[in-house]
Design a protein around this ligand. Sequence first.
Ligand SMILES: NC(=O)c1ccc[n+]([C@@H]2O[C@H](COP(=O)([O-])OP(=O)(O)OC[C@H]3O[C@@H](n4cnc5c(N)ncnc54)[C@H](OP(=O)(O)O)[C@@H]3O)[C@@H](O)[C@H]2O)c1
Length: 371
Amino acid sequence: MNIILLGATGSIGSMTLDLIRENNINVIGLSLGRDIDKSLSIVKEFKPKYICVRKDDDKAKFESLCDNIYVGDLGLEKLSEIPCDLVINALAGSIGLLPTVKAINAKNDIALANKESLVMAGDIIMKLAKKNNVNIYPIDSEHSAIWQAIKGEDIKAINKVYITASGGAFRDKKREELENVTVDDALKHPNWSMGKKITIDCATMMNKGLEIIEAHHLFNIPYSKITPILHKESKVHALVEFSDSTLKAIISNPDMKEPILYALNRGNRSNYDNKIKLSTLHFKKVQFKRFPLVKYAIDAGKKGGIMPTVLTASNEAAVNLFLDGKISFLDIEKIVINELSNTKNFKPTLEDIIKVDKEIRERILGGRLWQ
Ligand SMILES: NC(=O)c1ccc[n+]([C@@H]2O[C@H](COP(=O)([O-])OP(=O)(O)OC[C@H]3O[C@@H](n4cnc5c(N)ncnc54)[C@H](OP(=O)(O)O)[C@@H]3O)[C@@H](O)[C@H]2O)c1
């Protein structure tokens, strides 16, 4: 199998490289990151035929190691179009959208970690994938769990899908206790070790909202049937209830390597040793008053059109400002809610989605809204 991995230097990217190493998979293309030493050591080890570096200035450092070097956003798109068996999109944020689209147009199957692609343009992407006969394999643990639970089932027999949420770093705090929390506090996820953006999205619970939209598109399940549920152990990743009241749960340790491997194997089982010790599991209803962004995200998903793009663009920019120490934790939701409330919805083309995403991120990051 020949694969292309986008986001090789990130959290999902690094775990994917471990699995590629352990399973003797052939990497033909890699996109690298800002950490040049780390990127160089990856290229030296995996010797891909094609790479994409982030900046023009980086190119020279890789020229003795690789003959085909792409650069920047356009480079990511070109890399995704190279014919291969599987493109793994482990980019963080809206930068992942166009590479997803380009990979589908090139008829490359995709293992998708980049949830923002589907949130922004789920209708367009799923239609395009169908038209090009391309498979999209989810990497997110919750979506991998849904995929596993519904395999062989009649979609019409699904009554309810519960997507579990750990509750993030502040799950035991009341809203009034969130006033002065710091970036370091927010990055302390109780169960998972992940990239910074998704870890903050877990603390605000925006991540669960994004995942509900993603699940809606991936599995064509109506929003009315998808419910978030708090589950502090992060061992049950999703539960699916069927028409005969049977509930299937997919249970494993919080270890992203399991869903990544399942996607790399296109939904087939392989060998991986991380057996779970069964213990007491807790479930609790999500209170939207405590985690308002989940509700705003679901509403944006239901409205569709440009609203999910507004949701994810404003969130991405606000999370960046928070990580930079420019705004407080609670400002993230203020920024997102403000953008959603001031947007008139419309049915966008892909070009509209890219334009609106860029406009919103630039405006918010320019600091004109929240100083
Ligand atoms: N981490 C998890 O456990 C997890 C679980 C479920 C879903 N996901 C989803 O998977 C995706 C990746 O998450 P992650 O946690 O792995 O993120 P991450 O650790 O921040 O890694 C993101 C990767 O994308 C690259 N990247 C970001 N912006 C780029 C740009 N403008 N141009 C080129 N490359 C760029 C990064 O390069 P640098 O090295 O330069 O930063 C890095 O290689 C996200 O959509 C996330 O929601 C992650």
